[in-house]
Design a protein around this ligand. Structure first.
Ligand SMILES: [Zn+2]
Length: 300
């Protein structure tokens, strides 16, 4: 594994090197994958490339929402991606970036906050701000690029067609994951509460929980209305039905881990009994054993 890839992998895993901030020049493979994808006339995303463990990864999908008052972006990828994000935005609008919403604390979602001018308002859940305060990139001078605006349960930004609703339903991937909804468009950016069709990374060091994530996702499914299109954290745009399926997948995974542990199975045996390929044929299995292990650790 090349050194660059190793750093990227560690950043995505999030525990060891979340603070490692040396920006890396985007590679041609990453730049190719980081295409601007239209979701609606005034909503795009700068693709994050394939999930963390494959070439071309540049961090999360960056939502780009264009309203009368300016451009709001959701997440900022790995360090070093600011110029590319801005270049992509300039292919569709001349309006200024006025706001960054960070869905959660990980370096592949907040890594290029510091590229944007200090006049840009950074918004996140209060627990995400606390988590970010522990990152090396946000010490000293870097504190300017922490979220200045936080919320606890729900926050509405803008109005009319430019309205953005932020929702928090509890721990899951981390302790501070925001669901970003564009109500006029029927679209949600789910961050890493729906990162890909595979088990989620459950970052217990940042307050995440494999036991809690099915309930948190169920609260989102019940509490968010009128969305048909979902921008996941790391894979191409998908549907509300796929998001609902991801909730069911997480609930099934916790039930299987619970049963496996009480039957004295190892996590690997419980994964084998889960029959991922039969029940969720579109899903990958890169992270499933790690997720089972985390859930085992959380179970009494
Ligand atoms: Zn993450």
């Amino acid at each position: 594994m090349r050194r660059g890839m190793m750093l990227v992998a560690l950043l995505a895993v999030g525990s060891v090197s979340i603070g490692i901030g040396a920006p890396q020049e985007p590679t041609p493979v990453q730049l190719d994958a980081a295409e601007m994808v239209m979701v609606r006339d005034n909503l795009y995303y700068v693709a994050g490339g394939p999930p963390w463990n494959r070439p071309g990864f540049s961090g999360g999908n960056v939502g780009v929402f264009i309203a009368d008052e300016g451009v709001s972006i959701v997440d900022t990828k790995l360090p070093g991606w600011g110029p590319t994000i801005l270049e992509r935005i300039r292919t569709v609008t001349d309006k200024p970036v006025i706001r960054i919403i960070n869905t959660h604390t990980h370096g592949d979602h907040v890594g290029s906050n510091s590229f944007f001018p200090e006049t840009v308002t950074i918004v996140a859940h209060e627990n995400t701000r606390s988590n970010m305060e522990g990152m090396e990139a946000f010490q000293g001078d870097g504190m300017k690029f922490l979220p200045q605006r936080t919320y606890s349960d729900r926050l509405t930004l803008g109005s009319g067609d430019g309205r953005i609703d932020l929702y928090y339903f509890g721990p899951g991937h981390t302790s501070g994951d925001t669901f970003v909804v564009f109500p006029a468009l029927g679209v949600m950016h789910a961050g890493d509460m729906f990162p890909w069709q595979d088990a989620p990374f459950l970052d217990r060091n940042n307050g995440g929980s494999g036991l809690a994530i099915p309930e948190t996702l169920a609260a989102a499914v019940a509490g968010i209305g009128n969305v048909d299109t979902v921008i996941p954290g790391h894979i191409p745009v998908t549907s509300w039905d796929d998001f609902v399926e991801f909730q069911r997948f997480n609930a099934d995974m916790v039930a299987a881990a619970r049963a496996g542990k009480s039957d004295g199975q190892t996590p690997a045996q419980a994964v084998a009994a889960f029959d991922l390929a039969g029940r969720y044929p579109d899903y990958r299995s890169d992270r499933i054993e790690a997720a089972f292990q985390t859930i085992y650790d959380e179970l009494p």
